[in-house]
Design a protein around this ligand. Structure first.
Ligand code: 5GP
Ligand code: MN
Length: 339
């Protein structure tokens, strides 16, 4: 963010404001960690700040401090619409175009508030007055840490805020493994531990909460793993029927896409998950090296994200989506073999 913007925002935040903070649809650890931490920070400074999530999120995130104060748009629509109407400032976190927040898109487009974007995805849209967009950042949580630093308020990070920020940095970096993890990330993490984030407990709360159903679902994913060595690609399909048979709950398939990527020699991995309720197939894409899944998702599946992690969707049936995918893949053969 430019120095002038930082100074302007600082000034704006000296008087109490009505503030709404929005994560993307199907929020993950980074989206919930960053929005809740920012909400805690702004509340300390006498603002009235509320997190409004477009829809519900997985139970492995429900232990986050202040989780109970989050308003879920598709469950508390009237209250949320009122908060958005009254808002003077709207922070949008961990996404960069309003289409990413589902049914919240329309009330946000009508809102009169000043928008602030904090985000680390590629190709941001131009809806925010204040834009802190940095694609080199590991996570939006790391950016919220730097944002609080820009406001000269690092000492205001409470143990609860440190816990939220640690969680999002950890989940978005695959526990500090991905290339976006820098020494600056580790310095922020070290500071967050000093400020009260209990690192071991956070890892356990996120990763050691398997249910038998989830492990059985993983068995189905392993059985459905298709490997295409000639394209250095692996993909998994999950039909709605398979999800139902295994008592699927939101978040149960989180991380499954990485199963394919862990195979030696594979640089491109996908998971196609049928969602009958929304009448779509939701797609998660991951890559290693130079192969851009952001470009792939953007060009073919109405999606986007980062170079090595992106998402998208298809309106075709699961079967037709795979057929379509298989017809596209040859175009990318050279790029995949080079990656
Ligand atoms: P995931 O596969 O874990 O849902 O998402 C991977 C990355 O891609 C995340 O950074 C997420 O925000 C982004 N992403 C997921 N789905 C979409 C989508 O439909 N559109 C865009 N633009 N980004 C997405
Ligand atoms: Mn993120």
């Amino acid at each position: 963010m430019k120095e002038k913007e930082i100074q302007d925002l600082k000034k704006l935040l000296t008087a109490p404001q009505n503030i709404v903070i929005i994560p993307h649809k199907n929020p993950d650890g980074d989206a919930m960690g960053s929005t809740i931490a920012l909400q805690n920070y702004l509340s300390q400074n006498n603002h009235k700040a509320t997190v409004i999530a477009p829809n519900d999120y997985p139970s492995f995130l429900k232990w986050l401090p202040s989780n109970d104060a989050v308003v879920i748009y598709d469950q508390e629509t009237t209250e949320a619409n009122q908060l958005i109407e009254e808002a003077e400032l709207i922070f949008t976190l961990d996404f960069n175009h309003l289409g990413r927040c589902g049914d919240l898109e329309s009330p946000l487009k009508k809102a009169t508030a000043i928008f602030v974007m904090i985000d680390h995805h590629q190709q941001p849209d131009d809806y925010a007055t204040y834009m802190y967009s940095d694609t080199t950042m590991s996570s939006t949580c790391q950016m919220v840490y730097h944002f609080i630093d820009m406001m000269n308020d690092l000492e205001k990070i409470t143990p609860n805020m440190a816990t939220c920020l640690y969680t999002g940095i950890m989940t978005d970096t695959g526990s500090f493994r991905y290339r976006s993890t820098t020494s600056t990330t580790h310095k922020a993490i070290a500071h967050l531990i000093d400020l009260g984030a209990d690192n071991t407990t956070i890892h356990q709360k996120i990763y050691d909460t398997n249910t038998l159903a989830k492990l059985q679902l993983k068995g189905v994913a392993l059985k459905n793993l298709n490997v295409l060595p000639e394209y250095r690609t692996a993909y998994i399909t999950m039909s709605q029927k398979e999800l139902n048979q295994n008592n699927y709950k939101k978040g149960d398939t989180e991380g499954f896409v990485n199963i394919g990527l862990s195979l030696e020699g594979i640089v491109f991995a996908l998971i196609f998950i049928e969602n009958e309720q929304e009448n779509i197939v939701k797609i998660s894409l991951r890559s290693k090296g130079d192969f851009s899944v952001n470009e792939f998702a953007r060009s073919h599946f109405e999606g986007g994200g980062h170079n090595n992690a992106s998402g998208g969707k298809s309106d075709l049936s699961l079967e037709k989506t795979i057929e379509n995918f298989m017809s596209i893949l040859p175009e990318y053969k050279t790029a995949l073999l080079k990656s």
